[in-house]
Design a protein around this ligand. Sequence first.
Ligand SMILES: C[S@@+](CC[C@H](N)C(=O)[O-])C[C@H]1O[C@@H](n2cnc3c(N)ncnc32)[C@H](O)[C@@H]1O
Length: 381
Amino acid sequence: MNLRDDGVYCDCTVGGAGHLLAMLRRTRQARFIAIDCDPAAVAYSRHVIADYRHRCFIFENNFINLDLILNQINIPKVDGILFDLGVSYHQLTTPERGFSFERNGELLMRMSPKIPSLRARLCKTGQEELAGVLREYGDVRNYKKIARMIFERRDVIATTLDLRRVIEEAVPRRFLKKNLHKVFQSLRIWINDELGQLNWAGFAQGDADVWRELIGREIPQLYGMFMNRWPNPSLAEELVQKTVFDAVRGRASYDPSKGSPEEWLFGIARNNIRLEMRKRASRPSVNGDLSIYLATIDSEPLPDEVLEQKETAAVVRTALSRLEGKEQTVLKAKYLEGISARDIAARIGITEKAVHSLLYRARMLLRRELERIISADKQGQ
Ligand SMILES: C[S@@+](CC[C@H](N)C(=O)[O-])C[C@H]1O[C@@H](n2cnc3c(N)ncnc32)[C@H](O)[C@@H]1O
């Protein structure tokens, strides 16, 4: 990778941090975001790069969420992305992880604890599907025979060596090693959905482009749908983003027999509306008592209900009007006019990141101001 000192780079499969450490050593100021879905890999990598932690952030996550992670930490673009796919040395050589056909271990073979074990998957999988997995992902010659034998003994295959014994019985000795590699590899790719994840990471561009185009085309309608429900542009924007992320993440679960991709996408949007309604229903009612809301102001936008209630809106507006210049501008724009952080940034000529930190400070100030108004009010009563 062509590394520059002013760049930001992602290592999407940090593993044992071998590549990451080499990149950190080759640069003096470049920053790195690293991801792995395996908590053991993340813990180990954090230890390995401890000397560089001021310019390297490691997340336990799936790399299909890269967009989401970058968005959360406010990094709009990166200068290079590294994928080093497959199983890591540590995973392969730790028998308890269940990847190796040479050492005995429970038949797990999963890169992340969030994935069901291979043993559990085998118990739920039919012979034909299994044959397809061996053929598609491992190019296994005797795929039908091996699939049948695994299927018939699925209840008693509990460890990696149990699985190995089935393959030993199914293929001639001289082809054994090659078949062991192929069968274990195909099952690993299958249960960890390695190809599905790659699609999302942008490798299999063809298919992913079709989906991106579909989502892009529907965005105005999604936006309209949320605006119809709650005419608040920044909330609508937030929900569109959430819907797109959910769709991107859940694409593998799209089932064409249940409707068109558009219907599926709008199903996700409707679900997000339901979730948002539930969230709102669980909020405390206002009734002029702002103190309940003070607790949420630091972390959340002001609930719309606050601004809709005449009495409380007046208090909020008074508090807002007492804030200093820029804080007042961003808070008004965000909460009274409903403008997104991006548009506020363009309007007042600062970066989006600066808007977020201004908003944070402004909320703190507003909180203090509201507390002051409420306590003065109580004393006056
Ligand atoms: C070949 S290893 C990487 C080795 C690493 N480059 C090094 O230098 O040590 C692949 C790593 O990718 C991780 N991985 C595989 N699929 C992933 C996914 N979808 N999201 C995040 N990490 C993933 C695995 O857990 C494994 O640790």
